[in-house]
Design a protein around this ligand. Structure first.
Ligand SMILES: Nc1ncnc2c1ncn2[C@@H]1O[C@H](COP(=O)(O)OP(=O)(O)OP(=O)(O)O)[C@@H](O)[C@H]1O
Length: 244
């Protein structure tokens, strides 16, 4: 599907000189970044490189952290984490409706559950869902707010490999249908290459590599033409032949 050009001209997120420190240790060191509206961007980086810190800053969830810089982000932002964060004492539909506003919230909640493949599970308890189903419910909850920006912090990191691949298809489908701007934090180079149109590598507090993945969707994990992107990303992450 062709991107909506009028959307791509207006950045959804703008960071200028964004700096964040913990106890005097600088984690983000003057980041300048524009995320165009309606783009699916992945953020890679080693453990501890500051990916979650950056995502939390954009989400406005980093109160109390020392920092400076300018940040603009849309008002309607949804965040999905590695753990579904469903409230165990609320049924699935009631979880999905948390934070949903408006008269038609119930209808939107049911529609979102249907979109993620959970039709019929509205009255289930979170404890009755598999890990993949719980993440589907978390995605439904994020959709119901009709976010302009979806921030996802390793949303598939705790899932088995097969479920993860299915969830990749689902996320891409949902994105194509709703076109929010997405920032997907991941450790998984292949996940980034298959899903995202742009991949950023966070390194030493800065964006070390900013790579556009110029391949049509749906993409196959086996596409040899994605290999070149993989090599560039692995090199930016400092992964050499000796590590493989
Ligand atoms: N609340 C905090 N207090 C002190 N240090 C923190 C806090 N949050 C994060 N840090 C430190 O900031 C650095 C970046 O953490 P962050 O969680 O952003 O990294 P990450 O790239 O998301 O890592 P991972 O991939 O392992 O989740 C780490 O060294 C971490 O210890």
């Amino acid at each position: 599907m062709a991107p909506h050009t009028e959307q791509l001209t207006r950045p959804a997120v703008q960071l200028r000189g964004l700096t964040r420190s913990f106890e005097g240790r600088t984690v983000l060191d003057g980041i300048d970044l524009d995320l165009p509206a309606g783009q699916l961007t992945a953020l890679l980086g080693h453990s501890g490189s500051g990916k979650s810190t950056l995502l939390r800053a954009i989400a406005g969830l980093d109160h109390g952290v020392t920092g400076s810089g300018q940040l603009t982000a849309p008002e309607r932002v949804s965040v999905v984490f590695q753990d579904s964060r469903l409230l165990p004492w609320r049924r699935v539909l009631d979880n999905v409706l948390l934070g949903a506003e408006g008269k038609d919230a119930g209808r939107r909640g049911r529609a979102a559950l249907e979109e993620v493949g959970l039709k019929g599970r509205e009255r289930a308890w979170p404890g009755e869902l598999s890990g993949g189903e719980a993440q589907r419910a978390a995605l439904a909850r994020s959709l119901v707010r009709e976010p302009e920006l979806l921030l996802a912090d390793e949303p598939f990191g705790a899932l088995d490999a097969l479920t993860r691949i299915r969830m990749h298809g689902l996320l891409r489908e949902l994105w194509e249908r709703h076109r929010p701007s997405v920032l997907l934090v991941t450790h998984d180079v292949d996940e980034a290459i298959v899903l995202a149109d742009r991949v950023l590598v966070l390194d030493k507090g800065r964006i070390g590599l900013d790579l556009t993945i110029d391949r049509a969707h749906p993409r196959s994990y086996r596409d040899p033409l994605l290999g070149e992107y993989r090599e560039r990303l692995l090199a930016a992450l400092g992964v050499t032949e000796d590590h493989r």
